[in-house]
Write a protein that binds this ligand. Structure first.
Ligand SMILES: [Zn+2]
Length: 158
């Protein structure tokens, strides 16, 4: 009896089969929190500005910041416009179908974002947000300048 139940548990633990197509694979990757293209761009910017040594997905701080300098209590969140429902942004268009589901999902995401920021600030962290759309060609220079300004300010004012 017990043996059978172990066997059943094992059967349940079998990993999902690999994505059946390139499109599915890409979409699954898109949902992955780490190493997204926007995040790679921001990390490269930081290295070029002379701020290497960041930690990724820092689990000891609320919200597990994507990019963190724990010693400096400074972190950067690279925010997808769609998932974080960037207000007034053309990349944050809501799906028309299943709107109840999406509205609830976005509402919760925003609520969590706000809570995480409040918790980090309470603990003395400087939080820098970079939106995905701010990394598009036409505004990336401006974004780089802002990032440099904000991070240098955070590092000086420790
Ligand atoms: Zn946006």
């Amino acid at each position: 009896m017990a043996k059978k139940s172990v066997k059943e548990q094992k059967a349940k633990a079998i990993p999902a089969p690999p994505a059946s197509s390139e499109a599915v694979r890409k979409s699954m990757q898109g949902n992955k929190r780490r190493d997204t293209k926007p995040e790679l761009i921001v990390r490269q910017m930081l290295r070029e500005m002379g701020y290497p040594g960041y930690r990724l997905d820092w689990k000891k701080a609320p919200g597990h910041p994507d990019i963190a300098y724990p010693g400096r209590k400074t972190c950067v969140f690279v925010m997808g416009c769609f998932w974080h429902d960037h207000e007034g942004c053309k990349y944050a268009s809501k799906p028309r179908t299943h709107s109840d589901y999406w509205n609830e999902k976005f509402r919760r995401n925003k609520e969590r974002d706000a809570r995480v920021r409040a918790e980090l600030e309470e603990l003395g962290w400087t939080v820098i947000d970079i939106w995905e759309c701010e990394l598009k060609k036409d505004c990336i220079d401006q974004t780089r300048a802002r990032l440099e300004r904000e991070i240098s300010y955070a590092f000086v004012n420790l």
